[in-house]
Ligand binder design. Structure first.
Ligand code: AMP
Length: 464
């Protein structure tokens, strides 16, 4: 199996060669021919399967083949990719840039949590491919900085996560303004009922492709388990880092406080580490990720939300410093390593309070995780010591606080977005009535040329 057999054009093949992609992954092998044949696709695949390239490569090929003389002079957004998190959005943009480096396409990425100025500037210069998180996209659409009336290709990536994060209404609003004549690709790791409903409204007679459902852990990932006491977890972690040949590891912590505490403890013992979680600014998170990717730091400590979709090429090790209470989270965590057929090792550190989570996980993955006997810090606590109980209570409180402040922050962001949208709409109405309704605002920074098309009848009826 080779990319050449998939009829990929030379400029893309050249870029893939430079990335040392010797052969397509299963999802690429299955999805690329359908997409090149201009079918809609309904893909069941999680990150780590190579799904970004599975949609990016054929879309770039379409753009390249559809190119006209004017397309690089007057760039219009022809591809829209919606994705749940900024990390994922940035990675997808990087993938489009990598695979499309010889196709003369231009992409940009927009996401919330940072000021919009630079994003607007890039949009004004014109792009072919827009990768966006739904909230910020809607925001910029309402401000008339984004014109989606020329979109020919739509990708919904990690659709299940977008719904989990409450983006359903935003997605529906965005899809309403897209042209009905388009090719749509829909990817989700899981297929609950609401996903099937949403996909039914978006896709037209799709071809289905499925790889690695969430309940199966990648076969290439070796999984090990240490049972220990809560109070010995850090010592055990140090022991693992010292004795195993772990060059770099992504380490999961349940709470943000826990993540910060771990980084402090690791640094005290001269292990370079950084944390990514939602209390860290976007810049700090990007810097930490960059440092990790360039191997400046050895341990990246992440919470589940912050780690969503992050892609670290050739990551070999994941450590669960605590055991997630939801078994699917375990599968997502360990899926960060052993990607695209590479080998990976997942090590879990389990205290007695978490023992029963292991049973649930093993049931889900239909596998017994190898327990390491050669463990200098074995689990001896039958009952919890007073110190452990105190720590557990404290962690539970912290988790509760973090969850409640995350909820509050989401609500505040939503309210502020709604207020902004209301204000913009009011301003538009005011300015339109003062100008006799004849000169509506323009899109994409070209504010003096032709009238906007986004409210025409074609788009109004565009949810299929
Ligand atoms: P994704 O599932 O899109 O997050 O991709 C997971 C990882 O696999 C990324 O680091 C890609 O760079 C890598 N990858 C994607 N396709 C291939 C391929 N055909 N050969 C080798 N690595 C790949």
């Amino acid at each position: 199996m080779k990319f050449e057999n998939l009829q990929i054009i030379e400029p893309i093949l050249r870029a893939l060669k430079e990335e040392n992609y010797s052969q397509p992954t299963t999802i690429q092998w299955e999805a690329i021919p359908h997409i090149l044949n201009r079918h809609d696709v309904f893909g069941s695949a999680q990150t780590g399967t190579g799904k970004t390239a599975a949609f990016a490569i054929p879309i770039l090929q379409h753009l390249y083949n559809d190119k006209t003389e004017n397309s690089s002079k007057f760039r219009k957004i022809k591809v829209l990719v919606l994705t749940p998190t900024r990390e994922l959005a940035i990675q997808i943009a990087e993938s489009f840039s990598t695979y499309g480096k010889y196709t003369r396409t231009r992409n940009t990425v927009i996401y919330g949590g940072v000021s919009q100025g630079r994003q607007v500037e890039t949009l004004k210069r014109g792009v072919d491919i827009l990768i966006a998180t739904p909230g910020r996209l809607l925001d910029l659409m309402e401000q008339k900085y984004v014109n989606l009336s020329n979109v020919e290709y739509l990708v919904l990536d990690e659709a299940d996560r977008m719904l989990d994060m409450g983006f359903i209404h935003d997605i529906k609003k965005i899809i309403k303004v897209l042209p009905t004549e388009r090719q749509s690709l829909f990817f989700s790791a899981t297929m609950p009922k609401n996903i099937l409903e949403l996909s039914g409204n978006i896709l037209n007679n799709p071809k289905k492709v499925a790889v690695n459902p969430t309940f199966s852990t990648a076969e290439t990932i070796k999984q090990f388990l240490y049972y220990t006491n809560k109070s010995s977890k850090t010592e055990l972690l140090m022991h693992i880092l010292e004795t195993e040949q772990i060059e770099q590891v992504l380490l999961f912590s349940k709470t943000k406080h826990g993540a910060d505490r771990l980084v402090k403890n690791l640094e005290l013992r001269k292990v370079s580490a950084a944390a990514i979680h939602s209390n860290k600014g976007q810049n700090q998170r990007q810097i930490a990720l960059k440092q990790f990717k360039s191997k400046e730091i050895r341990v990246l400590v992440a919470t589940d939300i912050a780690a969503r979709g992050i892609d670290i090429d050739k990551l070999k090790y994941v450590i669960n410093f605590d055991i997630p209470n939801e078994s699917e989270t375990y599968v997502h965590r360990i899926g960060r390593c052993g990607r695209a057929g590479e080998e990976g090792t997942a090590i879990s550190i389990c205290e007695n309070e978490e023992n029963h989570y292991i049973k649930d996980i093993e049931k889900l993955i239909k596998l017994k995780i190898n327990v390491i006997d050669n463990n200098p810090f074995p689990q001896t606590d039958r009952r919890l010591s007073r110190e452990d109980r105190k720590m557990i209570e404290k962690e539970k409180m912290q988790l509760k606080q973090e969850q409640s402040s995350a909820r509050k922050r989401n609500l505040a962001e939503k309210n502020s977005r709604n207020a902004k949208i209301k204000q913009t709409t009011e301003n538009n109405v005011k300015s339109r009535s003062s100008k006799g309704k004849s000169n509506p605002k323009q899109y994409e920074g070209n504010r003096s040329s032709s009238a906007p098309k986004s409210r025409n009848s074609k788009q109004r009826s565009s949810v299929r």
